[in-house]
Ligand binder design. Sequence first.
Ligand SMILES: C[S@@+](CC[C@H](N)C(=O)[O-])C[C@H]1O[C@@H](n2cnc3c(N)ncnc32)[C@H](O)[C@@H]1O
Length: 221
Amino acid sequence: MKITQLSCFRKLLRHAARPGSSAVGRFMLWGMNRGHAPVYEFGLSHVELPRGGRILDAGCGGGELLRRMAQRAPDATLAGIDISPASVEATRRRNRLEVETGRMEVKEGSVEALPWPDATFDLVTACETVYFWDPATAFREVARVLKPGGSFAVFLEAADPDAARIWTDALPAMHVRTVEELSVLLADAGFAPPAVHRKSAAVTAWTCLVAQKPPRATARA
Ligand SMILES: C[S@@+](CC[C@H](N)C(=O)[O-])C[C@H]1O[C@@H](n2cnc3c(N)ncnc32)[C@H](O)[C@@H]1O
């Protein structure tokens, strides 16, 4: 790759880690809503959406995963959080009706300090975002806001650090961890061993981990 191409690639990738409000950031959010659609579908095929429950999408980006869950779980109430104001705005726009009717709230904030009380949600999802988290702190926060017996579903396109070098070399803020590393972090946060689902895709392999917070309040969070 030439130096100018590399610099453009890096600039673009920075908007994946934390989309900005420039045209490039908005284009990235639009692109992720479309480009991640197969990963959402793969992940959702392994997740039971709670009837009448509460769902949080952490690192919600452009809001398309929330839109799909809102359609499929008509009795559920939903929430999104993202550290990027541009992502929050895009998610609110994408889910305008749900937000206006109060069925969905979208907050700007960090997964390392979730602004909800203990035991609020039945399901927390995170698609293509844990690479950018402080996972030890964030997983404990997810465990804290989940109800006992609730589930944490992580959807990934990258779980092989070597294969992901093209991304991580260009974007130092991105950390690709193996399923084994993520499982240890989940266990440390108080989750039961996750169910792991994988599927080979055109260029990469998708991974879905679903970890349960133990039904009784024995979690260490
Ligand atoms: C690659 S995008 C994925 C967005 C969306 N989940 C999707 O699948 O299209 C990563 C998102 O995670 C958000 N993010 C990164 N670190 C975060 C953190 N610590 N807390 C909350 N959101 C974070 C970014 O702002 C960005 O919107």
